[in-house]
Design a protein around this ligand. Structure first.
Ligand SMILES: *Cc1c(COP(=O)(O)O)cnc(C)c1O
Ligand SMILES: [Zn+2]
Length: 428
């Protein structure tokens, strides 16, 4: 019995066999996996899922692979908690943090890659590749190494050091392109046509994208089998946003959660906001932009799933908002100081946008809200290094420390450095 029935065009509905392919032969629309939901609903249950190991393969029935031999590094089922301080600071009574920065290679990309490479192996590939804004490179390199694939990663040549090292350590072949992500992606589409490799986000994309649904599944499960009222999602290609909603919709259709009324809101950097711009302008047309932002992991100027992301936001009555680079840095610092999570620029964008949506009244104080933190701050240290506490350098002598301490007391820095203790910090 096969759980994957076909690949189906999202535009004209034409079906084709579930091979390595991502565009419709008839209309060039994107392809999506069609499952045998009848079979799935006959075998899936909350109890069965809950009894399985804490990684994303607990949702095996709803993932686009046929076999039980999965390529996993224990990705997924990441920490999820009710906000300790950030909610209070922003005036949100039911704010939750989903921390996907602690996956095996420190971003949510481990989800999509675990699924994509498992499927690539089923389809018989021995070379895997990707076009990456940074995090995908690390994930493909790690899973490619463990899965004994030959691995090629294509990145913009000016990527942050942490991202290049974070991929290089697994010994893939790294190709740095003198250009932005959109140029890397265009080249990869050409390479994928000629070299018959599994490009996870090109010809394997229909399977790859399904991995992102697991963030929707997990949040619903971790909330006690219910959907949140509102979520804020960082957007690059738009795939993650659309698939979080698809995941929750599947749970609802299968009767695993009672209702679904979740608003899906999109967060982008102002310097690369083609999706948010379209939402704000009530337009279905995504105008490509040339990215100019510190949020490189989400800097896609011509997003492949941008149109579907706009549709999802509109359909669910969510909103689109952007954040400037300064606001992104503030967002990173705020999350660190309130929740103890050091996120990268994409997470800073989520937090900055969350704050703006609360301030503008687009998120109400009693809504159950989830902020998706998708990447780790240790990979993008250069973006914050000039904006955070630095060491006071002294000689190893008690006197020196005493002098320093007295000067800090005198300038009120000891009293005021913890802003949550500052009287100016009040519950709004
Ligand atoms: C890739 C990425 C995203 C967004 O992914 P898309 O599915 O392309 O929209 C968000 N956050 C981080 C940290 C990423 O690496
Ligand atoms: Zn079609």
């Amino acid at each position: 019995m096969k759980k994957i029935k076909a690949l189906k065009c999202k535009e004209c509905g034409q079906e084709s066999p579930p091979i390595a392919k991502h565009v419709c032969e008839f209309c060039f629309g994107p392809l999506e996996v069609v499952y045998d939901y009848e079979w799935i609903s006959s075998v899936i249950s909350k109890e069965k899922i809950a009894s399985r190991p804490h990684n994303l393969w607990r949702y095996w029935e709803l993932l686009p692979v046929e076999g039980q031999q999965v390529l996993s590094l224990n990705e997924g089922f990441t920490p999820f908690w009710k906000s300790r301080n950030l909610g209070k600071f922003l005036g949100l009574k039911n704010l939750y943090i989903k921390n996907d920065a602690v996956n095996p290679t420190f971003s949510f990309k481990d989800r999509v890659v675990s699924v994509a490479l498992t499927r690539s192996r089923e389809l018989g590939f021995d070379v895997v590749a990707c076009a990456s804004t940074g995090n995908l490179a690390g994930a493909v390199a790690a899973y490619g190494a463990v899965g004994c694939f030959k691995t090629f990663v294509f990145i913009p040549a000016d990527l942050e050091m942490g991202k290049v090292v974070g991929a290089g350590v697994y010994d893939p072949i790294i190709v740095g392109i003198k250009g932005n992500y959109d140029e890397v992606n265009r080249l990869c589409a050409e390479v994928a046509d000629i070299f018959h490799w599994a490009f996870v986000n090109v010809n394997i994309r229909p399977y790859y994208a399904e991995g992102s649904k697991t963030l929707g599944f997990e949040v619903a499960e971790q909330l006690g089998w219910r959907a949140p009222d509102h979520v804020v999602v960082p957007v690059a290609s738009g795939s993650l946003l659309t698939k979080i909603y698809k995941g929750m919709s599947e749970f609802h259709q299968l009767g695993l959660i009672p209702e679904l009324h979740t608003k899906i809101s999109a967060a982008q950097a102002q310097g690369c906001a083609p999706v948010v711009t379209a939402i704000k302008e009530h337009s279905e047309i995504i105008k490509p932009v040339i990215p100019k932002t510190i949020a490189k992991s989400i800097a896609i100027g011509n997003p492949a799933d941008g149109y579907y992301a706009v549709k999802t936001v509109e359909k669910t009555h969510g909103v689109g908002e952007w954040a400037t680079d300064e606001e992104i840095i503030e967002g990173i610092r705020l999350l660190a100081k309130t929740e103890g999570v050091f996120t990268e620029t994409a997470g800073g964008t989520t937090i900055a946008v969350l704050k703006k949506l609360k301030e503008s009244g687009k998120i109400a104080s009693d809504e159950t809200v989830v902020a998706f933190i998708t990447g780790n701050g240790f990979k993008t240290q250069e973006s914050v290094q000039d904006h955070i506490s630095k060491p006071y350098i002294i000689e190893p002598r008690l006197n020196e420390f005493r002098e320093l301490y007295e000067s800090l007391v005198k300038s009120k820095q000891v009293e005021e450095h913890n802003f949550l203790k500052n009287p100016a910090y009040q519950i709004k």
